[in-house]
Design a protein around this ligand. Sequence first.
Ligand code: UDP
Length: 432
Amino acid sequence: MNVSMVSEHASPLAALGGVDAGGQNVHVAALSAALASRGVQVTVHTRRDDPELPRYVRHGAGVRIDHVPAGPACYVPKDELLPYMDGFAAELHRQWQCRRPDIVHAHFWMSGLAALRAARPLGVPVVLTMHALGVVKRRHQGRKDTSPPARIPLERRLVADVDQLVATCTDEVFELIRMGAPRRRISVVPCGVDLSLFTVEGRQSPTNDPTSPTNGSASPTNGPELTTNGPAERVRLLSVGRLVERKGVGNVISSLPLLPRAELVVAGGPAPAGIDHDAEVGRLRRLATELGVADRVRFLGRVDHGDLPALYRGADIVTCVPWYEPFGIVPLEAMACGVPVVASAVGGLVDTVVDGLTGLHVPPRSPERIAEALAELIDDPGWRLELGAQGARRARSLFSWDRVAALTLAGYERLAARGPARLGAPDLPAGV
Ligand code: UDP
């Protein structure tokens, strides 16, 4: 089978942790690799955002990255990419006329637009994973939502029109149905976690190594080395992810005055050298200072993906308390490393973290409830170990990328067996 992945802003080759590079990049890279190891030929089409990038790059056996020229060859925030999607679609159409894929699998709404425009006139079936929904973002971010105004109406048309929708969690199914997606075209396939990288056994970032730097900056070869600033019995909380307000790191900081034994390590955001100039780091540092906990919060900046397992294993508890979360790969990575997770009960975290079994659920935006849950775990190291061990078992049995690829492939095969997809122009307004 020959599959074209479309991921307009999220390249498998991007450095993770920046504002627009996170779970989708990991998802597209890992799913493509896992499909390739099942014999599928995969091309990932992503926007060329650097003039140095060659047009085609091999990315492991069976996966090829195509850097599609559309818009300026530099970073453009994803919320400003819509005007370039017509050009992106035209380029895809030109290629697919010569080498027709069996399935097109688009990731994120703008990729969906480009994919549908390019594939429908050729009768190629289009699968769409939304990764995030405009209506949900608007609900939670209100006027801070920088998505283009056309996003929500265009997403409604897309979900009604594509041949198959892949929801990554059950919560998303309800959202999609409310948006008008036909239930029979929705399947649920979760994201996965790299179980060869994220393991229980292995090196840990030391908790109290007097030889390591105290600022926690990431070293490229050995990963971040950390040392506690205070007493040895301190409990380390870890937050990993893009540093955007809705990820809830501020809520964890607000819980710290109630948790005198806890220190918080934050991975994600700009490269370590840029931390002091980052607006979100500045906001969070001011909050920590106001609350008198600044000496217990450390920002590492972006940490290489390969260095994260040691960081997870060196943590006692991973906090993952976003206001909303389409899926959330971070809790799975923590679970795979045997670390309990305190997670807000939203989106994909309702499916991945099992309350009382692999971690604890808390309501979003609730520092008091976060503090309560963390206090229970801080006071009970034996329970932490139990939850961690159950988490590792759950991650292994349900969330390997191989299982995710098998489920995805079964969906592609069902779609291909239905015969040629609808032909013609998609039900989208012209010129978006
Ligand atoms: N990540 C990373 N380094 C960082 C911060 C994040 O490698 O400094 C990775 C993290 O390990 C995870 C992904 O970025 O695989 C974030 O995915 P998630 O689904 O949790 O959040 P999203 O970014 O999609 O909102």
